[in-house]
Design a protein around this ligand. Sequence first.
Ligand code: AMP
Ligand code: MG
Length: 479
Amino acid sequence: MQIQFDNSYATLPDRFFARVAPTPVAAPRLIKINRALAEQLRLDADWLASPEGVAFLAGQSVPDGADPIATAYAGHQFGHFVPQLGDGRAILLGEVVDRDGQRRDLQLKGAGPTPFSRRGDGRAALGPVLREYIVSEAMAALGVPTTRALAAVLTGDRVQRETMLPGAVLTRVAASHIRIGTFQFFAAREDTDALRHLVDHVIARHYPDAATDPHPARALLARVIARQAALVARWMHIGFIHGVMNTDNMSIAGETIDYGPCAFMDAYNPATVFSSIDQNGRYAYANQPGIALWNLTRLAECLLQLFDPDQPTAIEIAKEILSEFSPAFDAAYTAGMRAKLGLAGHDGDDDLVGEFLQLLAEHEVDFTLAFRRLCDAAEGDAGELRALFTEPAGLDAWLGKWQSRRSGDGAALRKVNPAFIPRNHRIEAAIVAATQGDFAPFETLGTVLARPYDDQPEFAAYAEPPQPEQRVLQTFCGT
Ligand code: AMP
Ligand code: MG
């Protein structure tokens, strides 16, 4: 079969990437093809699942029209600037145009070393590949902008982590893999010419209406800010914690990218952190909007030269554009929380939201379950919601206020309050089983999470939070 590649990033100047082909593996074996996504990308899922297709997905062969590269980028990692990171284990095969006319990157993650690998082996272990597959597809089903998972394959090789683990390759699909860190790579080198190329490329690809603005670079920053604000608000609505919001992990297109130590919160606590490497809670749940703004400020710094040749003027312009983040985030956050509570939009809604969250925090109630049971309460049955509280008096007082303000009915609330999220303990169980050769739990989890807003009585157990002994308190980077 022919993949209709239409590569644009590889036509940028040479210093944007290194040309490098995937490194062949021992014995490719298919784990899963995402058939619906293949269809959307005009790819033949049956061919992808064939031995020839699986060889391609494992990096054994480079298909006609692909132009494999590892892209260069820099980034602030936990606040510290690293002038050169780059794709150390991911190879961008090229771009295809999907059925909606959207350009999408096809990238193999875990496909072998590149000139950017530093001390890494260029590989991915099965666990992190399955975690990214499960969580990114769950995010898509939840309606959150995200990179997608087209396929996962086993390599037949083992990778050395803390123990020896099965190796795997994920085929990732993204609007693009351009990050804030891509801009930082060139800004750090004072390569204004490259920055101009990058701005033009990103505008043409992701923000075409900025092209006709009298100040395209300024318009670009404003649009990236709007998308990031909306994105992080969506994360907050569903209790998602990205875990590594380094500037190299923030997509310029506003998709959630880089599913490493990410996790969904069970009991509501704004200080929740899962990542084992986030010792200071920099990327805790409640810090995410502030960090997004910090990252966008780093992006603005890269663009100063293009805003105005006079630096003080450029800084004033940047500040003004950046000041749009907080109102944009607040508006998106409030709109989403109103929808979750079925509020039509009045003064005082923020207080009602805040009080509900406060109750969840005080009583350590499961975030997702509480909102889902609120849907039943909207239909007059608050029993299951009350049962989540050891002492429901505070909730009862709140419910009285809420009932007098609410306009959305239970059905409307169920469309925005998911029953099913990729809970850590379920992901861990799927990974443990898969590592022992049993992919059934991974398959089942994918089936459940494809319909997060539907009651699926046969899978009711998947809506439940972990038992104390099932709780996963830490997640680890996918390296
Ligand atoms: P991440 O924490 O996944 O965002 O990765 C940070 C940087 O480390 C990126 O430049 C990755 O390409 C690189 N990296 C992560 N894992 C590996 C690996 N196993 N081999 C080579 N490079 C890696
Ligand atoms: Mg990364």
